[in-house]
Design a protein around this ligand. Structure first.
Ligand code: G3H
Ligand code: ZN
Length: 287
């Protein structure tokens, strides 16, 4: 099964008022755990890698070959999108060359006109190879792998201009935050989401999906969110299961120190978390 681009999957999601999960991979265990969950749920899935995670794993080509070869040995039959997450201009071009089927050009920290021009260029390069493009307007609060945002709400007029470049899906700042949400977080800005969804045709993307109360995610999906990005939630689940393994002293029993054993509970916790989130998102099974 080869990769697919995101157009069909996310356009259908917008029409059907459900969402498809976009899960960050960080290594081999993450890659297998996410693919296992999608196959068990028989749903499409997007696997994404940040610039930092790709550097940690090796490079963009290595990450792509890891995912596609895990799909081969695991006999994955569901549609999988290979996506660059929060890419800068160079990274987006490099992943287009490397054969990713979807790339995010995150120009939120650039002057708007420069974000617009560079988005146009990336769309032209990507669409020439039938690759989907995600762009960002406003910014997501908090920090994602070195990408820092103030959490500016997306400006509707700017969003319309970026959408007019032909991007396939659009990430908008609606009060969402990367990483853990502070106790005093005011919730998603649904008024702004409605204003955006009323005028933006492409599917909308919710970043910082980890830690948002389920009812707010479900409401946002009904209003036009079709792609939900998740990273921290899986990292927390992995760490908690691995801590439990260690605190139970299992690493000191027999060959419990073997990484294939030591990392197994954590990996299963990622799979369980991804499956639970796929249920939230209402992603229908592949026919
Ligand atoms: O792009 C990746 C996501 O926005 C992840 O956010 O770590 O808060 O789930 P999260
Ligand atoms: Zn993000």
């Amino acid at each position: 099964m080869s990769f697919v681009n995101g157009n069909e999957i996310f356009t259908a999601a917008r029409k059907g008022h459900y969402a498809v999960g976009a899960f960050n991979t960080n290594n081999l265990e993450w890659t297998r755990a996410i693919l296992k969950a999608a196959q068990e749920k028989n749903t499409p899935v997007l696997i994404q890698v940040s610039m930092g995670a790709a550097k940690y794993m090796g490079d963009y080509k290595l990450v792509k070959s890891l995912v596609e070869n895990e799909m081969r040995v695991m006999n994955i039959t569901v549609p999988v999108v290979m996506h660059l997450d929060h890419g800068n201009y160079e990274a987006a071009k490099e992943c287009i060359e490397a054969g990713y089927t979807s790339v995010m050009f995150d120009g939120h920290d650039l002057p708007f006109e420069e974000n617009l021009e560079k988005t146009k260029e990336i769309v032209a390069l990507a669409h020439a190879k039938n690759i989907s493009v995600e762009a960002e307007v406003g910014s997501i609060g908090g920090e994602e792998d070195g990408i820092i945002g103030e959490g500016e709400l997306a400006d509707v007029e700017e969003a319309k201009k970026i959408a007019a470049t032909g991007v396939d899906y659009l990430a908008c700042g609606i009060g969402n935050i990367h990483g853990k949400y502070p106790a005093n977080w005011k919730g998603l800005h649904f008024d702004r989401l409605k204003e955006l969804a009323d005028v933006i045709e492409p599917p909308l993307v919710l970043h910082g999906g980890s830690g948002i109360p389920q009812e707010q995610v479900v409401k946002a999906i009904k209003m036009g969110i079709s792609k939900v990005n998740i990273n921290t939630e899986c990292q927390l689940a992995f760490a908690a299961a691995t801590r439990k393994y260690i605190e139970a002293g299992k690493d000191q029993q027999g060959k419990g120190y073997d990484p294939r054993k030591l990392l197994a509970d954590g990996a299963q916790a990622i799979t369980d978390t991804v499956e639970e989130i796929i249920d939230w998102l209402g992603t229908p099974a592949v026919k």
